[in-house]
Design a protein around this ligand. Structure first.
Ligand SMILES: Nc1ncnc2c1ncn2[C@@H]1O[C@H](COP(=O)(O)OP(=O)(O)OP(=O)(O)O)[C@@H](O)[C@H]1O
Ligand SMILES: [Mg+2]
Length: 254
């Protein structure tokens, strides 16, 4: 099996405060991995380190077989283009249409992750996008069952619909890996379930590897092949979801 992500004994600090303390794991191609842990456990920090948005102090992180600390800026950009990123708040450009927001995915960028691109991105519109991009964006919207809303302004959508657009935007990149930080956290239980179901189904269908964090233990078990739990910056569980004791897990982490 090919490792898509490898973290080897990584540590990370904010100033003198140690946040990640020797985290190791590997994610194989096509595998989905959930990440649980209480507030402040280090889930978002780990995700930011995987994208090299924060520097690690020791250890090694590799994406697609390349150690990310050693990548030149252009290599880092092309590596990030292979990763679709979805956050808790969808970060759509509010005044643009749903279709234009999905077309942004073709830039291989995420507006929150790559803040410097925001001004360029907000000027982007589907009128200037090539027809191939628009067609592909429509296909991605169809995959999340939102093609009928393609021309609606993004700020007129519900939370669940917005998050489905964010998924379509990530798919538009044709990524090898999707990393999602609490993608269902701002959604009601039904929309959250729907979005997570869609996420795992689309990733499985397309052979895309997936890492997502969540506070919903059932989502962590139902929508991933493997789960990891973090506690105070350390990995406390790393196991196949089929083998977990849901009751014990809920008692400890819910
Ligand atoms: N920019 C920052 N500067 C200093 N400390 C930070 C910063 N970001 C996060 N931290 C600290 O790092 C620790 C881990 O935070 P992180 O956001 O990774 O946790 P989390 O597991 O994602 O929590 P949550 O479930 O609340 O999202 C926390 O103690 C937090 O206060
Ligand atoms: Mg977090």
């Amino acid at each position: 099996m090919v490792a898509i992500v490898t973290a080897e004994d990584i540590a990370m600090s904010y100033g003198s405060t140690s946040i990640l303390k020797g985290v190791s794991f590997a994610l194989e191609a096509g595998e989905s991995l959930s990440l649980i842990g209480s507030n402040g456990a280090g889930k978002s920090t780990l995700i930011r380190c995987l994208l090299r948005l924060e520097p690690i102090t020791t250890g090694r992180i590799s994406l697609f077989g390349r150690e990310i600390q050693n990548l030149k800026p252009s290599e880092l950009r092309s590596t990030r283009c292979r990763v679709g990123v979805v956050f808790q708040r969808h970060n759509l450009v509010p005044r643009l249409s749903v279709l234009s927001n999905v077309v942004h995915g073709a830039l291989g960028r995420n507006t929150q992750t790559f803040g410097s691109m925001i001004s360029g991105i907000t000027l982007w519109s589907h009128i200037t996008a090539g027809s191939a991009h628009r067609e592909r964006a429509m296909e991605c919207l169809e995959r999340v069952n939102l093609a009928d809303l393609a021309h609606r302004r993004a700020d007129s959508l519900s939370g669940g619909q917005s998050q489905r657009v964010a998924i379509a935007r990530a798919l538009m990149q044709d990524p090898d890996l999707i990393i999602a930080d609490e993608p269902a956290a701002s959604l009601d239980p039904i929309a959250g379930e729907e979005v997570m179901g869609l996420f795992s189904e689309l990733c499985r269908e397309a052979g895309v590897s997936l890492i997502f964090s969540t506070h919903n233990i059932s989502h962590a078990v139902d929508f991933a092949d493997r789960m990891m739990a973090m506690k105070s910056g350390r990995m406390s569980i790393d196991c196949p979801t089929g083998s977990v004791d849901l009751k014990a897990l809920k008692a400890e982490y819910a």
